[in-house]
Design a protein. Structure first.
Length: 273
């Protein structure tokens, strides 16, 4: 039995090792490729012989990448902040309040997750065009901030909080918003952290919406801006690889910083309620 257990562990570790190599090697190749010249960019060699920083210098000084990076950062952080506020507030209402049409309204919220963004892209474009709102930050920040998935996650998590805490706070004279701010928010930090990572990554990596609604180069986000480097006459693959690596940094920092909240929030949110 012991030998069978050791053999199973060996097979498992070998499998995990292969998966780790398959995951790390493409990223490693991207790192060394970002320091190569355009002439040996697609060399299959995993050894960097003649490193250069010209790709990064050209990207940062000769393109609008710093502006694209600012656009993506401002939009992603603003959208995430609004999503945390609206989703937690709506989740609190669905979990702890009783009102007419509550179940129907919650079902409508969940059903909206089945509607792909491409199905409403044309109506959204016409709507924003008539409002003369194209090329403005808010059209990528405000719409979608009441995320159905976020509302569901918050509702499931808040539903397990004892209602006696809310009743005690109400007896002490707290208003509904004070209960939300002082009682509910401190107890749902794991779920808030999980939702923050999900929303931030979605907003940061969004491509189709910025592509349609942001028509000026100065308003491009990082994904759209990097795609514009692939021109028809002179594709700047070396700048594209360097920009792709730089664009990973904010997402990696937030994920590493909040990975504990992500795991705890997703697990507890799935089993509660």
């Amino acid at each position: 039995m012991k030998k069978e257990h050791l053999f199973s562990l060996l097979v498992l570790y070998l499998f995990l090792g292969v998966v780790a190599i398959l995951t790390i090697v493409p990223f490693y190749w991207g790192v060394i490729a970002s320091f190569r010249t355009i002439y040996d960019l697609f060399s299959p060699s995993l050894i960097l012989r003649h490193p250069t920083i010209e790709n990064y210098r050209g990207l940062l000084l000769e393109s609008a990448f710093p502006r694209w990076f600012f656009n993506s950062s401002f939009i992603a952080f603003s959208h995430t902040g609004l999503a945390l506020f609206f989703c937690s507030l709506a989740g609190f209402a669905f979990a702890k309040y009783t009102f007419r049409g509550k179940e129907v309204l919650f079902l409508i919220v969940l059903s909206s997750m089945m509607i792909p963004v491409w199905a409403i892209l044309v109506p959204l474009y016409v709507f924003f065009w008539k409002l003369k709102a194209l090329n403005h930050y808010w059209i990528l920040i405000v719409p979608g901030s009441a995320n159905p998935l976020g509302i569901f996650l918050m509702r499931q998590y808040i539903h397990a909080i004892p209602s006696e805490l809310i009743d005690s706070a109400r007896i002490d004279g707290c208003s509904d918003f004070r209960i939300y701010y002082s009682v509910i928010l401190p107890l749902i930090k794991p779920a808030m952290g999980a939702l923050a990572i999900i929303v931030f990554m979605f907003s940061w990596n969004s491509f189709i919406l910025p592509l349609v609604f942001m028509q000026e180069q100065a308003m491009f986000t990082v994904p759209v801006g990097l795609a514009s480097l692939l021109g028809l006459t002179r594709p700047l693959y070396n700048w594209l690889i360097a920009g792709a690596l730089l664009s990973v940094i904010p997402v990696a920092i937030i994920f590493i910083r909040m990975q504990r909240e992500l795991i705890a929030g997703l697990v507890l949110g799935a089993v509660k309620g």
